[in-house]
Design a protein around this ligand. Sequence first.
Ligand SMILES: C[S@@+](CC[C@H](N)C(=O)[O-])C[C@H]1O[C@@H](n2cnc3c(N)ncnc32)[C@H](O)[C@@H]1O
Length: 239
Amino acid sequence: MTFSFQEAWARSESVEGWLTREQGEALFEAAGTVPPGYAAVEIGSHHGKSAILIAGNLPEGVSLTAVDPFDDPRWGGGTDSLDAFRRNIAAAGLGERIELFRGLSEDASRSWTGPLVSFLWVDGAHDLGSTLKDFDGWMPHMAPGGLIYVHDAFSAVGTTRAILQRFWGSRSIEYLGCERTLAQFRVRRLSPLGQLSSGLRMLPRLLFFTRMIAIKVSRRRGWHSLERRFMRVDNEPLI
Ligand SMILES: C[S@@+](CC[C@H](N)C(=O)[O-])C[C@H]1O[C@@H](n2cnc3c(N)ncnc32)[C@H](O)[C@@H]1O
């Protein structure tokens, strides 16, 4: 069973999460590109919002592996979170399309025996060490031409540093673009010109990153009028 984007969004809208509608649509569209015989993997599932959007558009025969230890206090964690995930997935009618790996991304990637991954959605812990483990652990399992989407890119410091360390100037990862803090990459061998072009296209995101940091610092210091001056839309820098 696949949904239209409107149906998938309607089923995910009331689920707690930090995706804009446009980001939800980007995930939905990416899921639709996974060829039969390949896998989709989500790092960080929380209550299932993004899982519903992805699983709702996977072609017949492709399932989503959702990886989350459900024990991180920053997102509530614990059995309440796991129960909410199961409840929301079942309510969306997608229980059959999603396999849960309850554990850390690094353990899931180490023990992965599934098919090559054609869509990897990275939305777990946003510190540098965890994000590097996400990238390094899953890269060997990626299919040529596969998509890697990363949330809180050019917003969270750790995620941004990991992107710059592994993907900026890379010969095998092409930067495709961003939907706000959702950055999109493709696994592809690049010529030196392609490498340069991919790196240059990422540069304007550093200005966006500077603005997100300015918001965070102003908020932490209680400089609210300055914070508002840096903000362009509600809910920055979370979206
Ligand atoms: C921002 S939430 C995910 C939101 C979800 N993708 C959505 O859009 O609905 C982050 C999740 O990552 C999980 N997490 C934290 N560290 C992780 C890791 N190393 N591997 C997998 N999941 C992790 C947390 O338990 C939390 O549920």
